[in-house]
Design a protein around this ligand. Structure first.
Ligand code: NAD
Ligand code: UFG
Length: 344
């Protein structure tokens, strides 16, 4: 019998790609999502890619009654991947309680249920935001965390601490938590059936680029070219979303086969290379043949100047490595945007 995995936030950007990879690796997936930032059609599109329809339950994970009813109904779940969270950094500054309540209560409700219903393994979506602007690059897992720049970032740091303490307190009953610290996830599935669908004006670079290329936005603003980097624009570690999804399958395999070395572990998930905003724009133009209308404007408040991952631990310990090229990844983003807009 296929092992059953609960994927919270499974109709979202990273969750949907992970559901596909889990199904293709032979896992049976149940999605829980309240659709606050995703669409039910994603379930159909996952089925189109894999030929398997994941089970889907729509409710809010902060609802204690509903989450308990869920675990009473699904009694074979062996592990959870917890993606569900609110993730708009800017919005979190204005609505801190919504972010703390949603992101932390949903995690704590799941942890409570793990103990009550005997689910031993949890993989969690953390972020390189926990490093702030590091003093030394690239960042390893031993790089000290810095105070969060936003309530959103703080929910990730607090969530990591909650899992560490919870796993320690419940070591004797075999509870394991594993956090993946994502760098900058971009791209879409090669089928162009699933991808990133930001609501309203995108905050993130790649959706803004593809929407500008599609003519939905007039011009891309590049926030600052006076940083201490070779071309003056910020540097990030852009990780392909399918590669990122595969890291979750590896993490689940590790926990289910009891290969984890501690009952709380955390890994950097990036490519190991820094790419500047300007380099990314040029790579997009090269791989798609579409000229982008852009201008340099002032810096965006709160931006980190440069960050990229040392991925040795994930490479050596998880046996996972990012594979996609930045050009292919950007082409997949563009194909997804075109598909959404009906552009040939
Ligand atoms: P997303 O918004 O596309 O997906 C999150 C999903 O969770 C959405 O479908 C939303 O409807 C659902 N959700 C939110 N709160 C919920 C709740 N209380 N109950 C049930 N469902 C709920 O986001 P994503 O980009 O796929 O991110 C997934 C995870 O990865 C998040 O935890 C995010 O913080 C983290 N992360 C994302 C990035 C990034 O740049 N995309 C970077 C680092 C970490
Ligand atoms: N940028 C532009 N123009 C835009 C959008 C972004 O120049 O229209 C620049 C930003 O200034 C930054 C870079 O592109 O230098 C990347 O910006 P993103 O908003 O795409 O990504 P961030 O690195 O700021 O943050 C993202 C997620 C966070 C997460 C973090 C680390 O939004 O949630 O990656 O994983 F915490």
């Amino acid at each position: 019998m296929a092992k059953q995995i609960l994927v919270t936030g499974g109709t979202g950007f990273i969750g949907s790609h992970t559901v596909v990879e889990l199904q293709q690796a032979g896992y049976d997936v149940v999605i829980v999502d309240n659709l606050c930032n995703s669409k039910i059609e994603t379930v159909d599109n996952i089925e189109k890619i894999t030929g398997i329809r994941p089970q889907f339950e729509c409710f809010d994970l902060t609802d204690v009654e509903k989450i308990n009813a869920f675990f009473k109904k699904y009694t074979s779940i062996e592990a959870i991947i917890h993606f569900a969270a609110l993730k708009a950094v800017g919005e979190s500054v204005y609505k801190p309680l919504e972010y703390y309540r949603n992101n932390l209560n949903s995690l704590m409700n799941l942890l409570d249920c793990m103990k009550t219903y005997g689910v031993k393994n949890l993989v969690f979506s953390s972020s390189c935001t926990v490093y702030g602007q590091p003093d030394k690059l690239p960042v390893t897992e031993n790089t000290p965390r810095k105070p969060a720049e936003s309530p959103y970032g703080n929910t990730k740091a607090i969530a990591e601490d909650i899992m560490r303490d919870y796993a320690k307190a419940n070591a004797e009953i075999g509870i394991n938590c594993l956090a993946l610290r994502y760098f900058n996830p971009i791209g879409a599935h090669p089928s162009a059936l699933i991808g990133e669908s930001p609501v309203g004006i995108p905050n993130n670079l790649v959706p803004y680029i593809t929407q500008t290329a599609a003519g939905v936005r007039e011009q891309l603003s590049i926030f600052g070219d006076d940083y201490n980097t070779p071309d003056g624009t910020c540097i990030r570690d852009f990780i392909n979303v399918v590669d990122l999804a595969k890291a979750h399958v590896v993490a689940i395999d590790r926990l289910l086969s009891k290969k984890n070395k501690a009952n709380y572990e955390y890994f950097n998930i990036g490519t190991g290379s820094g790419v500047s905003v300007m380099e990314l724009v040029k790579a997009f133009e090269k791989s798609t043949g579409v000229k982008l209308n852009y201008k340099i404007v002032g810096r965006r408040e709160g931006d980190i100047e440069k960050i990229w991952a040392d991925t040795s631990l994930a490479n050596n310990e998880l046996g996972w490595k990012a594979e996609a090229t930045i050009e292919d990844t950007l082409l997949f983003s563009w194909n997804w945007e075109k598909n959404c807009r009906g552009i040939k």
